[in-house]
Design a protein around this ligand. Structure first.
Ligand code: ADP
Length: 159
């Protein structure tokens, strides 16, 4: 079984994330979406809400599991016997941060390899912050997020 972990904040999940998950799930036996509960980063959605949105948005991909953690990602990788961490790369500007993270993770757990994957070009300008900002101002984000995410955003924005 070749298991890989796709870690991130996913606050919320969008079509760029789903594009990467679809690609990775075709290459490996199981992909675990790992929602990071980062104490320093105040998320818009709770970890539970983020997990629910991922579960609903990735129902069409059979070999996906969704989990969350406040532990180090490489520790979860060890527990899950994952061979790699999947990260998405949009612009060259993402590269420096991802490279540093990959080096640190390799130091913490040399058994896990970081794989950087590019999405379809229509998603390279997409990120969760843009999705939240546009939706708050009632802009159309239907091309960029699944229906379930639009529903969750509408509820949050009206609270
Ligand atoms: P972070 O983990 O930095 O908080 P996110 O939760 O937004 O960021 O993203 C999780 C992973 O998905 C990261 O590897 C990020 O580079 C990648 N990603 C984010 N947006 C896109 C996109 N539009 N296309 C492809 N990959 C993306």
């Amino acid at each position: 079984m070749k298991i890989v972990i796709y870690p991130g904040t996913f606050d919320p999940i969008h079509r760029g994330h789903i594009d990467i998950a679809e690609r990775a799930s075709r290459l490996f036996d199981e992909l675990i979406f790992l929602v990071a509960e980062n104490q320093q980063k105040q998320a818009f959605f709770t970890a539970e809400e983020r997990k629910e949105m991922i579960e609903e948005s990735t129902k069409h991909i059979k070999n996906i599991r969704v989990s969350s953690t406040s532990d180090l990602i490489v520790n979860v990788a060890r527990e899950e016997k994952a061979i790699a961490l999947i990260r998405g790369l949009r612009h060259v500007s993402d590269f420096e941060f991802e490279f540093q993270m990959a080096m640190m993770n390799n130091h913490l757990n040399p058994e896990v390899t970081t794989i950087l994957m590019m999405p379809d070009e229509k998603y390279i300008h997409l990120n969760s912050t843009v999705v939240k900002n546009v939706s708050k101002l009632k802009g159309d984000i239907s091309k960029y997020v699944p229906d379930v995410v639009q529903r969750y955003l509408n509820v949050k924005n009206n609270q």
